[in-house]
Write a protein that binds this ligand. Sequence first.
Ligand code: NI
Ligand code: MN
Length: 225
Amino acid sequence: MPQVKFLGHACVSITQDDHRLIIDPFLNDNPQAAVKADDIDVNYVLITHGHGDHVGDGITIAKRCNATVIASFELANMCAKEGCTIHPMHIGGRFNFDFGWVKLTIAHHGGGHGEDASRYTGPPVGFLVNIGGKTIYHPGDTGLFYDMKLIGDRHRIDLAFLPIGDNFTMGVDDAVTAAEFLQAGKVVPFHYSTWPVIEGSPEEFAAKVKGSEVVILNPGESVDL
Ligand code: NI
Ligand code: MN
């Protein structure tokens, strides 16, 4: 069974035997992160889009750990330019890795890197990760989109993370609808209350979701699959 740990904001680590993955490792500049970048030891770094709160420490971690960056073609190539080993993919594409498979989904959001997000890193994506017989959905930053129904119909999702912080992504009510579309076994709210502008109530989310078990995690806590 994979161990899935929430590390703060949109950062998730997934461990299964010798396979260690981290998604969107925004740690050192994250006021709520459970760990520092130097504490991370992984084989793969998955990055949903170019924004600083998602690329985060991904490039330094990937280089130090000799890990492979899995991202969109554009974002992966930016990481390669910075010295990372990469596996570029794109929306709709699936690939079998040594740990399981990854499939890229759409996400409705922006995709630039740098202080003013002006360095082109392609469209944002979400990840479906299948590992140890479980399927985990990390949607990245996104607004609600109706194709989440298709994603839920086509994949038996054991665990889905959903942003609830509003302003830059879905807020609570749209995330409740997203949970209905996805029909995941468990749902974990994330991407909220890192800063005042994305204040969100996981309790309100938990009270409104029907049909999936909502698990509220503090940074550093794991969810059982
Ligand atoms: Ni973003
Ligand atoms: Mn974000």
